[in-house]
Design a protein around this ligand. Structure first.
Ligand code: NAD
Ligand code: UGA
Length: 479
């Protein structure tokens, strides 16, 4: 038997739920898709007629929203009603690392996922396919299933006995900044499940635009584990190359040359080998720590230690860059102005979660530097909350710059203002516009001797040659 899916509900209108459902709606005009969230502000922004106010910045997203919103794609807070009407419910809520209790600092906090399972158990009608879109520890589907089946056994639920459920795992592999492209042309779609009919129902949705041979079906536990492993492997490559960048700096080698040499071995491949300020983003650290927790839970301490070292190297690498900046500025940055270019964890996103910029800026503020921070997409309020400084009215100047006395930093959108009198410029995000800066104009504004620290390898040595600037870039042994 094949289930024919007409109505989809996605719980969670975040970085994954929003873009994923937008692409499904765009590719499948015959489906009605309702994206629901507890967060009223977020939903209001998804419904904003001014598309620049969408809660998430992703290239190509606003065009799809314009095309589909209020046709077959809807955003609301009406969680109960939309679950009731759905044949398929995607769970796309946050699964951050636990901060308290057993497994704190490593295990995933599943309270939002559990809340969703309870909502589905309570409100769904008839047969519902529940799809895990969130990244989850292996065997979470078992928990979801127990909650769903438990609701059928509960005698005081009017909604009991007639309802049936199937749980699938369908992890998401999109990257922020290229989410729409990744969703339109995925390397693969992974579906883990038990019953062929339910897996086929989900597969047939993707087949509207994804070639069948790219749809991989596995058992549910393999699917859950493959998602964690995929992120762990990607992050491991970044820690590996960043560890080598430190050796390059110590020995006179150049990380770009080393990368080119090793990446042209087809067994290694050239992707995910760019040395930078350390990986950020909401998932790499969280998913590796989750893997570490699972390994320890199963008594596999050596495995746990192996994966934990990937995160430890990343932390060390970020602080290594802060220290190096202080050292190059004659061992002290107290009272010195430093202009930070980029706060997002990578370009083409407004997301700052786990951004290397957070640790590096905090270190420099701690050392007494005065920071001017620029980012084309990140709002000053977000930066304030990330570096732990509460916004208060008296700290906001009329022109929207934020300044605080105890830890000094300003937000600026003006490159010349940021550079004016600064001792150093630190590039932390690889925004395209930073590649195009006129360094001779900027150099004239800096207080000499001045430094450019390029942690993303986006400026060539030629661009800053003869400008009376000191230049450091990641992994360059001839710095
Ligand atoms: P997010 O924090 O941006 O969005 C989650 C949303 O879920 C929030 O808006 C929150 O209000 C909502 N929510 C939580 N509990 C709810 C409930 N009970 N009912 C209704 N709404 C609820 O998170 P995200 O970045 O979209 O990530 C979601 C999941 O996808 C995580 O497990 C993450 O690991 C995984 N993932 C994320 C990415 C990414 O690029 N961000 C990529 C692949 C996978
Ligand atoms: C990552 C994965 O790439 C996605 O497949 C996955 O779906 C997602 O996590 C998730 O589960 O959340 P994302 O975090 O959005 O996607 O971005 P990436 O492009 O992977 O970058 C992560 C971090 O690594 C960024 O800070 C980036 O600057 C850094 N990076 C990436 C490098 O330092 N070097 C590289 O070569 C690549």
């Amino acid at each position: 038997m094949t289930f024919s899916i007409k109505n989809i509900c996605c719980i969670g209108a975040g970085y994954v739920g929003g873009p994923t459902m937008a692409v499904i709606a765009n590719k499948c005009p015959h489906l009605k898709i309702e994206v629901v969230d507890l967060n009223e502000e977020r939903i209001k922004n998804w419904n904003n007629s001014d598309l620049s106010k969408l809660p998430i910045y992703e290239p190509g997203l606003s065009e799809i929203i314009k095309n589909c919103r209020n046709k077959n794609l809807f955003f609301s807070n009406a969680i109960q009603e939309k679950i009731e009407n759905a044949d398929m419910v995607f769970i796309s809520v946050n699964t951050p690392t636990k901060t308290k209790g057993f497994g704190a600092g490593k295990a995933s906090d599943l309270k939002w996922v559990e809340a969703c399972a309870r909502q589905v158990a309570k409100y769904s009608r008839g047969h519902t396919i529940v799809v895990e879109k969130s990244t989850l520890p292996v065997r979470t589907a078992e928990v979801i299933k127990s909650i769903l089946l438990g609701s059928n056994q509960s005698s005081n639920e009017e909604n009991s006995s007639k309802n049936t459920f199937e749980v699938l795992s369908n992890p998401e592999f999109l990257s922020e900044g290229t989410a729409i492209k990744d969703l339109n042309e995925p390397d693969r779609v992974l579906i883990g499940g038990e019953k062929e009919e339910a897996m086929e129902a989900l597969s047939s949705i993707y087949q509207n635009w994804v070639p069948e041979e790219k749809i991989i079906k596995t058992n549910i536990w393999s699917s859950e584990l493959a998602k964690l492993t995929s992120n762990a492997f990607l992050a491991q490559r970044i820690s590996s190359i960043n560890s080598i960048s430190a050796i390059c700096e110590a020995t006179g080698a150049d990380i770009r040359e080393v990368t080119r040499a090793i990446g042209s071995d087809t067994r290694i491949g050239s992707k995910f080998l760019d040395s930078g300020p350390g990986f950020g983003g909401s998932c790499f650290k969280k998913d590796i720590l989750n893997l570490v927790y699972l390994s320890s839970y199963f008594g596999l301490e050596e495995v746990a230690n192996f994966w934990e070292s990937v995160v430890e190297l990343n932390n060390w690498h970020q602080h290594r860059i802060s220290k190096l900046i202080v050292q190059k500025l004659f061992g002290t940055v107290r009272g010195k102005k430093i202009f930070i270019l980029g706060f997002a964890f990578k370009s083409n996103t407004n997301d700052t979660r786990e951004s290397a910029a957070i640790n590096i800026c905090k270190d420099l503020l701690e050392e007494g530097a005065v920071l001017y921070i620029h980012d084309p997409k990140v709002k000053p309020d977000q930066i304030a909350s990330d570096i732990g400084i509460e916004k208060s009215k008296k700290n906001i100047k009329a022109d929207n710059k934020i300044y605080t006395k105890e830890r000094s930093w300003y937000y600026t959108q003006d490159f010349l203002e940021g550079a004016d009198g600064a001792d150093a410029i630190v590039i932390l995000t690889e925004w395209e516009e930073y590649r195009l800066l006129d360094w001779s104009k900027i150099s004239r504004k800096l207080r000499k001797p001045a430094w450019i620290f390029d942690s993303r390898s986006i400026i060539s040595k030629e661009a800053v040659r003869n400008l009376n600037l000191n230049f450091w870039r990641i992994g360059d042994g001839l710095n």
